[in-house]
Design a protein around this ligand. Structure first.
Ligand code: HEC
Ligand code: HEC
Length: 348
């Protein structure tokens, strides 16, 4: 072997070697990425199934029910849930039944008729009640909790607990809760957690996110879209007279940011969120600063003020921070205050 061809052989060998180890390194990187979920395909029901122990893949389609008396009540409850204003909205045909003050549907916030993970799903809700409620500082029933959303999210008044409508909604919620564990504690309950940025809401960034991403459906004026002759919104309003009032959970920046992160723009799920935590936080802050109906007697909420969520936008508070800081942050120092002063660990 000549000296030159020997060098050539060595070069070829090193080349092959680098190629070999190079591929192994690439392979290792791929395996790591894969295990971290970088290649997960979003929104397949299989992944929700394995994640949530199957609870979301059960049959929640009321169309599969027969026409027995019981089934008809459940179907009416579902109708009330997804077409709420048609039956109990301000413009329905029976004005004595105008319990809701706006034309939102329960389904606008509890998506997929209350069966979508991280959209405050109501699967298991029947087992979760009666429950201790901080806002009233007492044990509350499911009927009282529904009326909580009636008076705030729906900007309306209480539905009588004995009414046909209340009964039908509760029967529907019982039906979607029929496979839930005894304590009603299901995966995907509530909203997707976000890392709360340690800063004030950036309102101009929130406005930019709103214009770029949300206005396509909710409108530049945030008033949504309702077709002529339709009771329900195609896209619900986010503020203004037709929206939820300032006592609603959705006006709290942390709650809204979590809802938005896991559900908006419409079509995203917890598996494929599109907004960063910062975007969700800022756009939630932007929305909550807009004008909306004002609920009376809000100062009576949370008789035990220590239980008040930190981003509740109305006083009084059990801490020295300003109302403004409770509206737009920074929230982490308020959370730290409750831990230090009351040994209460707040998450919202
Ligand atoms: C504007 C949005 C919105 C609308 C509309 C709405 N809700 Fe809610 N609802 C919420 C939010 C947000 C929460 C969670 C509040 C919290 O974190 O304290 C909630 C909580 C609930 C709960 C308790 C859930 C749990 O896991 O403890 C029930 C029950 C409920 N809503 C029923 C209804 C019904 C029935 C309707 C229609 C009549 C309705 N909601 C309309 C936003 C809404
Ligand atoms: C592709 C259309 C679309 C886009 C884009 C979109 N939304 Fe929505 N949004 C909807 C629909 C539809 C609903 C009601 C869901 C239902 O009834 O199933 C909704 C509901 C909501 C709700 C709860 C109901 C209410 O009246 O407040 C909020 C809050 C919300 N969207 C915020 C946002 C924000 C913030 C963005 C931008 C980051 C956004 N949405 C982008 C279609 C959209």
């Amino acid at each position: 072997m000549t000296h030159r061809s020997f060098i050539k052989e060595i070069r070829r060998f090193t080349f092959l070697l680098t190629g070999f180890f190079g591929s192994i390194i690439i392979l290792i990187i791929c395996v790591l990425l894969f295990n971290n979920g970088a290649f997960d395909t979003p929104s397949s029901y299989d992944s929700i199934d394995s994640y949530a122990g199957g609870i979301y893949t059960q049959n929640y389609d009321v169309a599969t029910l027969d026409d027995s008396e019981e089934s008809l009540v459940i179907k009416y409850g579902h109708e009330l849930f997804v077409n709420t204003p048609k039956y109990i909205g301000p413009n329905n045909s029976k004005l004595n039944m105008a319990y809701a003050g706006n034309s939102l549907s329960c389904n606008n916030c509890h998506l997929s008729a209350g069966t979508k993970p991280f959209s405050a799903p109501l699967i298991g809700i029947i087992q979760r009640f009666p429950q201790f409620r901080g806002r009233e500082n007492k044990i509350g029933t499911i009927e009282e909790r529904i009326n909580g959303c009636m008076e705030r999210s729906m900007n309306g008044r209480k539905m009588p607990e004995q009414s046909k409508e209340m009964n039908a909604i509760v029967r529907y919620l019982s039906w979607i809760s029929r496979y839930s564990p005894a304590d009603g504690n299901i995966e995907g309950k509530g909203f997707l957690k976000i890392i709360i940025p340690d800063r004030e809401v950036n309102l101009s960034h929130g406005a930019t996110v709103f214009r770029k991403i949300c206005s396509e459906c909710h409108g530049f004026d945030g008033q949504g879209l309702k077709d002529k002759g339709s009771f329900v919104y195609t896209y619900p309003p986010l503020w203004g007279e037709g929206s939820f009032n300032n006592g609603a959970g959705m006006t709290r920046v942390i709650t809204a940011a979590q809802f938005i992160k896991g559900n908006m723009p419409f079509g995203v799920t917890y598996l494929n969120p599109q907004l960063t935590d910062d975007q969700a936080f800022d756009v939630a802050g932007y929305i909550s600063q807009q004008a909306r109906p004002v609920k009376k007697n809000l100062e009576e909420d949370f008789p035990n003020l220590v239980k008040k969520p930190v981003s509740t936008g109305y006083p009084p508070y059990a801490d020295p921070f300003s109302t403004e800081q409770h509206q737009v942050g920074p929230f982490l120092e308020i959370i730290a205050y409750y831990l230090k002063t009351y040994e209460v660990k707040k998450t919202k």
